[in-house]
Design a protein. Structure first.
Lengths: 132, 132, 132, 132
């Protein structure tokens, strides 16, 4: 099975801030997706390769708790953890922290459904399933 | 108190689609914010006016369930319901439906915290509180 | 030929602002695309219908002059004018104005190339060509 | 004066693609801004620091030529060149290339105006001016 946990750095872009002077809350799902992508790549597979093979993951459920604002151009550590793999779904949890201090800024979770090119449910690829 | 429920139309923009041919899941929080804004305006207050008076609402929690994909340029009905107002927070629920059929595409919920310009908690303005 | 000129209203979304307190400059191309889409619809054709028929327009050139900032939630008039149609390309010009005063905020221009689903050049559909 | 030229890598995010299967054209100005930011940082100054000192750069003019599409998750080299510094403005040129081959995908140019926190024109900081 893929490594359970993977951390990437994200640096808020200027256009990701809003007039309240903080990163807009709609940006976090984009970062989470980036975290999942790199978690998958660390497991040896690029998502683009999965798509080429007709395997798509669609977000079925998303939850975010925003504890503290994130600011323009500050380096953040985003840790993505795979929390569950079933025959049809993959679940992840996310922790976004300010880098120098490790202060928790936000937490999240997603449930992905595995579908084919036509959007029909299909089995999660074997390499993502837990093995002893 | 403000009207409990308000419906707006949103039409997915081309740039809001992704290469899977559907609206990207990070767009829904933006639409929900638009729904809240118009719900508030229907209650007689523009959010920009609140900000001018030093009243800010920040998203503290967000949940979305994606049932079916939304497509480019199809008119959608987004219904925003205020589900709870406390001294420090305002909660909303959202239902996104395909217009001609009323088919439910997604559901969501947010919890907003009321803060001042410095980000410190402050009391939710009186006009948002329930009155008999 | 299609009507030369078409005006729509755009209202800046909160997430379209940045921490300088104005609409981020990367949003204007999105609005211009919306202007083109409605210009096309006013001419009787939805862009989604063209795509279904294998006709795609891709942006080949974009120019924008930003004269004055646009602000959150202010209604803006965006006028899209078709300035030229050739066998392979369609050109538009854009004027973005503050509604109550008509003050010019930005001007732009695009050159679109007509391609098929595989990205190969194809002839601009007849209905877009000028007729006497 | 700052180094004339600086190259960064950008990797298209999934949400930056559209249903035509390519990166949406409105994303390029965002990448150009990232290129300028890193060009500035390579010159020893973070843009956030400039803002703290009351120095803002606003985009006054933008031009982009899109030669070939960019695709999801492919590494791109973006080279930002400072082409002119005057008392009130700074100009840059951009070249976006596919990494393995160096194939040119897009070219662009921006003219920035230097303003203070109130949006009034101010002199471009000395460190950006050419010195023999």
């Amino acid at each position: 099975m893929a490594e359970r946990e993977h951390t990437i750095t994200v640096v808020p872009r200027y256009c990701e801030t809003d007039q309240a002077g903080v990163v807009h809350h709609s940006v976090y799902p984009i970062w989470f997706e980036m975290g999942r992508t790199e978690w998958l790549r660390a497991a040896g597979v690029a998502y683009s390769q999965l798509e080429n093979e007709g395997v798509y993951f669609v977000v079925f459920q998303l939850t975010i708790k925003y504890h503290r604002p994130a600011y323009y151009d500050e380096p953040l550590d985003l840790t993505t953890t795979c929390t569950k793999v079933s025959s049809a779904r993959v679940e992840h949890a996310y922790r976004l922290c300010r880098r120098p201090t490790g202060l928790l800024l936000a937490e999240g979770a997603t449930v992905l459904a595995c579908v084919d090119a036509a959007g029909r449910p299909r089995r999660v690829p074997d390499f993502l399933h837990e093995t002893p």
